[in-house]
Design a protein around this ligand. Structure first.
Ligand SMILES: Cc1ncc(COP(=O)(O)O)c(C=O)c1O
Ligand SMILES: [Zn+2]
Length: 388
């Protein structure tokens, strides 16, 4: 296939492809997959796309799996881009869109990353996979590991939404609930993985989840007929989707599919856990761990992200920004979006609405611009959030 090598996102050290890797052994930062894009572009053409399947594997040439038989799939990707005309009109916006990632297998965008990671784990011979998760990544890993006939060992905070815990159990995973945050769960995986023979598929600690998630960027370009939107609102925890889309835009430019114009990337976080917003406002490139992280939007409860510098670089390079909203605002927004557009958003996705309102009020977004809200999951998983 077209992968040439892996490369450290921070220090540039190169690594051989087709071997299991976690972080850069030189500096401890994430590795990114690099492709021979000229070669990829020879068969992956814009014209070829309409004849391909409606899932993320339509971008096969820029995905890392070598052998087709190793692709582990449940039909992830190619989610609808919904024109939210009623919701938009309420704010004077005529070109507001919702990318509805809740329609993925396991009801969140985490399916994209896990489809790629589990496929690569299969190709490279891993048998036992482990992950710390805020909930949705766990559900996705459990499903794809089951599909691949592998073991999934999952560590989640004890107060993770019940639906996430139940779905992992019902899809055959080994679930451990911990007192603490996702960072504590990650430390437990790191402590035990060697003795247990687990491969760690923590976000950005292996190079392939981002490859699955970058397909959101390819899809947006395709769905907007190769003219990217002006603004992307992205609920950011670990940031894999934002970093992945940013990578996808560069790849598409190198293949001659799009020009150098980029959407303004906006990180949306919860007021109770906003490490990226803080770092962005303070002009820093690396974020401090956010103390006493709390929010009902469990996917945003990530006090420390290993890819912080990649998120912040993309926000700055795109002339974007970072903004936080309260839990009251994001919960109210869930009903507003649901009632206006019929999409029952995850609270993380709903957080984009009050954030957008603030940007409109501050004239950082204009009403004639094309804006995309990422609804990263389904509200169905979060019944506890709505029964307060
Ligand atoms: C529904 C939902 N939205 C957003 C996020 C944050 O995702 P990312 O790690 O790509 O920033 C998560 C992560 O758990 C999530 O489950
Ligand atoms: Zn490095």
């Amino acid at each position: 296939m077209n992968v040439t090598h892996l490369e450290c996102a921070a220090c540039g050290t190169k690594y051989e492809a087709q071997r299991l890797h976690n972080l850069c052994t030189q500096c401890g930062k994430p590795l990114l997959v690099r492709y021979d894009l000229k070669r990829a572009a020879a068969s992956l053409t814009k014209e070829s796309l309409p004849g391909r399947g409606p899932d993320l594997w339509r971008y096969r040439e820029v995905l890392p799996v070598e052998q087709d038989e190793n692709v582990v799939t449940l039909g992830e990707g190619f989610t609808p881009l919904v024109h939210a005309s009623r919701l938009g009109a309420q704010m004077g916006l005529h070109q507001l869109f919702i990318k509805d990632e809740g329609q993925n297998p396991t009801q969140s965008f985490k399916a994209r990353g896990m489809a790629a990671a589990v496929s690569m784990a299969k190709e490279l011979g891993a048998q036992k996979l482990a992950v710390p998760s805020a909930g949705n990544a766990a559900g996705a890993l459990a499903a794809y590991a089951a599909r691949a006939g592998m073991e999934a060992h999952i560590f989640m905070p004890r107060d993770t939404p019940r639906a996430n815990v139940i779905e992992c159990e019902q899809t055959g995973a080994q679930v451990t609930l911990m007192d603490g945050l996702i960072t504590d769960c990650g430390a437990e995986v790191a402590r035990r993985k060697e003795a247990e023979g687990w491969f760690d598929v923590s976000t950005l600690k292996e190079p392939y989840r981002i490859e699955g998630k970058k397909t959101m960027g390819y899809e947006l370009a395709e769905q907007f007929d190769w003219d990217l939107p002006d603004v992307i609102m992205y609920p950011t925890g670990g940031g894999t989707g934002l970093i992945g889309m940013w990578k996808a835009f560069d790849e598409m430019e190198q293949m001659g599919w799009i020009g150098s114009k980029r959407p303004r990337m906006v990180t949306v976080q919860a007021a109770g856990c906003q490490p990226i917003v803080r770092a962005f406002e303070e002009g820093k490139r690396f974020a401090d761990e956010f103390p006493n992280a709390r929010t009902t939007a469990s996917g945003l409860r990530v006090p420390k992200a290993i890819g912080d510098f990649l998120i912040i670089d993309a926000l700055r390079a795109s002339d974007g920004t970072a903004i936080a909203v309260t839990d009251e605002e994001l919960i109210a927004a869930t009903k507003e979006i649901g009632a206006a557009e019929g999409i029952f958003c995850a609270p993380e996705g709903a957080a984009c609405l009050p954030a957008l309102r603030k940007l409109l009020a501050d004239k950082l977004v204009m009403t004639d611009e094309r804006v995309v809200i990422f609804n990263t999951g389904s509200g169905v998983k979060y019944v506890e959030s709505f029964s307060i």
